[in-house]
Design a protein around this ligand. Structure first.
Ligand code: S3P
Length: 440
C-alpha cells in the first residue's frame, strides 16, 4: 500500500464537534518505566499505543519485566528497583524515541553488563552527549558513536556517586534522565534546571519518592535521593495536548467552527501553545479543570477565529510549546503582520531539524519568512489561499511534519502529497481517524 497521503480539499467549515485524543506520550513512557521498577502489578488506562510507547514496553520486556497488553489496559509486573535482568550482550532499541533513549540511560547506570542502545535513522542523528556527560559523572561508562550519537554502549557501576547538574537547555529528557539516575544513587543529587515539562517530578512526588523541589521564576532546584522502593500504581493517562494541538489549530484557522477536546493534560509546563494562540487572538477556554494525581486536566474548547494578530513570541514560552511550533508557524502564516520567534535552536534537535523544516514548508506555501539557526520571522498573509501542488518528503519521517502539513493542506488548500503517512504511528496512530470524525 502506498505510504503517500494526498489532500486536495479544504476542511468543511461549520463543524461543531467533541473529540477525544490519545493518551499523553510523555506520561505513557514515564509510566512504563516507573511501573517496571515498582514492586508488583501496575495498571494503566488510556496508555498511548504508539511506536514510541511500544518501544518502551519492548525494552523493559528485554530487561526481564512481564507486560500484559490488552485492548483497554496495560499491566506491568515490576520486580522492584533492582529487578532488571542484564543479560550478556543485550541491545535495546529506542527506535524513534528521544525520550525513551535518554530516560532509559538514567536507569541503566547500575547495570553490571555492557548494554548497547540503538535507534532508527532519525534518532541516530540526535545528540546523546547531552545525557552521556552528566551520567558519566555518576560513575557509569558510556561510549558513543562519534562522541555524540547512537549506537552507544553503557556499562553501569555499583559504586555510584551523586552529582550536581546544571541543565541549561530546558530539556525535560536530560533532566529526567538525571532524576532517574539520582533515584539509584546513594546521597543527594542536585539539579538546577531551566524550566521544562515536569511530569517526572510530579510522578516522583505522587509516588512519595525522595524528591524536593524549589521553583523559582526561570529555574527549578531539585534534590533527589536514592529510593528504597516504588509501590505499584494504577494510572489513567490523560490525553496529550501535543496531539490535541493539531485539531486546536485546525479549528482556530477554520471560521464558523468549534471543537471540544475532552480530558486533556493541561500541565502548566505544556500549555505554551494555548498562551501563544490566545495572545494571537484565538478564543480558547479550559472547562472542567481538575487535578489528577498531581497533573492538571481539562476539556479544551476552541473556536474558529478571525483577525488573527502577529506575535513577538517571548522565549520564556519556548519549552512549554516545543513540540507545537510547526503548528504555531501556520497560525502566524495566517495572522496580520510579522511574527517573530527566537532562541529556538532546540527545535533543530528534534526528530528532524524542525526549524529548518518549518521555514521550508512556509516557503512552499508562499509565505515569506527569514530563518536563522535559532530564530524565524514570518510575514503573515490573512488572505492566503494555496492553489498549487506541494510535495512533502525526505523529512526523516518526522511524525509532526506529516501531521502539521496535513493541517496546512486542510486550512489553506492546494494539492498536498504527503509522503510517509505511517510516521503518525510514532505518536498518534489515530490522527487520521479523528480528522475524518471532525469532517464527517
Ligand atoms: C519530552 C521532552 C521534549 C519533547 C519531547 C518529549 C519528554 O524534549 O520535545 O517530545 O517527554 O520529556 P527535550 O527534553 O529534548 O526538549
Amino acid at each position: 500500500m502506498s505510504d503517500i497521503f494526498v489532500i486536495k480539499k479544504k476542511v468543511n467549515s461549520f463543524y461543531n464537534k467533541i473529540v477525544r485524543v490519545s493518551g499523553d506520550k510523555s506520561l505513557s513512557i514515564r509510566w512504563v518505566l516507573l511501573a517496571s521498577l515498582a514492586k508488583g502489578k501496575s495498571r494503566a488506562l488510556n496508555l498511548l499505543y504508539s511506536d514510541d510507547v511500544k518501544a518502551s514496553i519492548n525494552i523493559i520486556k528485554k530487561l526481564g519485566i512481564k507486560v500484559k497488553l490488552k485492548k483497554d489496559f496495560c499491566e506491568i509486573y515490576g520486580k522492584g528497583l533492582n529487578g532488571y535482568k542484564y543479560k550478556k550482550n543485550i541491545t535495546l532499541n529506542a527506535q524513534n524515541s528521544g525520550t525513551l533513549g535518554r530516560l532509559i540511560l538514567g536507569l541503566l547506570i547500575n547495570s553490571d553488563k555492557k548494554i548497547k542502545i540503538i535507534g532508527d535513522k532519525s534518532l541516530s542523528k540526535r545528540d546523546f552527549k547531552r545525557v552521556a556527560d552528566p551520567l558519566r559523572k555518576f560513575g557509569a561508562k558510556l561510549k558513543l558513536t562519534n562522541n555524540k550519537n547512537l549506537p552507544l554502549d553503557i556499562l553501569g557501576t555499583k559504586n555510584l556517586k551523586p552529582i550536581k547538574y546544571y541543565e541549561k537547555r530546558g530539556s525535560a529528557q536530560c533532566k529526567s534522565s538525571i532524576l532517574f539516575a539520582g533515584l539509584r544513587t546513594e546521597g543527594t543529587t542536585i539539579i538546577k534546571a531551566k524550566k521544562s515539562r515536569d511530569h517526572t517530578e510530579l510522578l516522583f512526588k505522587y509516588l512519595k519518592l525522595p524528591i524536593s523541589l524549589l521553583k523559582t521564576k526561570n529555574y527549578d532546584l531539585i534534590k533527589i535521593k536514592k529510593a528504597k522502593k516504588i509501590v505499584s500504581f494504577n494510572y489513567h493517562i490523560p490525553s496529550d495536548i501535543s496531539s490535541a494541538s493539531f485539531f486546536i489549530v485546525l479549528t482556530c484557522l477554520t471560521e464558523n467552527s468549534s471543537l471540544t477536546i475532552k480530558n486533556v493534560n493541561i500541565n502548566p509546563s505544556r500549555v505554551g501553545i494555548i498562551i501563544i494562540l490566545k495572545k494571537m487572538g484565538v478564543k480558547i477556554i479550559f472547562k472542567n479543570k481538575r487535578l489528577y494525581k498531581g497533573e492538571l486536566v481539562a476539556d479544551i474548547f476552541v473556536k474558529g477565529s478571525k483577525n488573527l494578530k502577529s506575535i513577538n513570541c517571548p522565549s520564556s514560552l519556548n519549552a512549554s510549546s516545543i513540540d507545537e511550533f510547526l503548528l504555531i508557524f501556520l497560525v502566524a502564516a495566517k495572522a496580520k503582520g510579522i511574527s517573530s520567534f527566537k532562541d529556538l535552536s532546540e527545535l533543530n534537535q528534534k526528530e528532524s531539524p524542525r526549524l529548518k523544516w518549518g521555514s521550508r514548508i512556509l516557503n512552499l506555501m508562499g509565505i515569506k519568512n527569514i530563518v536563522t539557526d535559532s530564530s524565524i520571522k514570518i510575514f503573515g498573509n490573512p488572505n492566503l489561499k494555496i492553489k498549487k501542488k506541494i510535495i512533502i518528503k525526505n523529512y526523516l519521517k518526522d511524525h509532526r511534519i506529516f501531521m502539521s502539513s496535513a493541517i496546512a493542506a486542510l486550512v489553506f488548500g492546494g494539492e498536498w502529497h504527503l509522503h510517509n503517512k505511517k510516521s503518525i504511528n510514532t505518536s498518534f496512530p489515530n490522527f487520521l481517524k479523528i480528522l475524518r470524525e471532525i469532517q464527517e
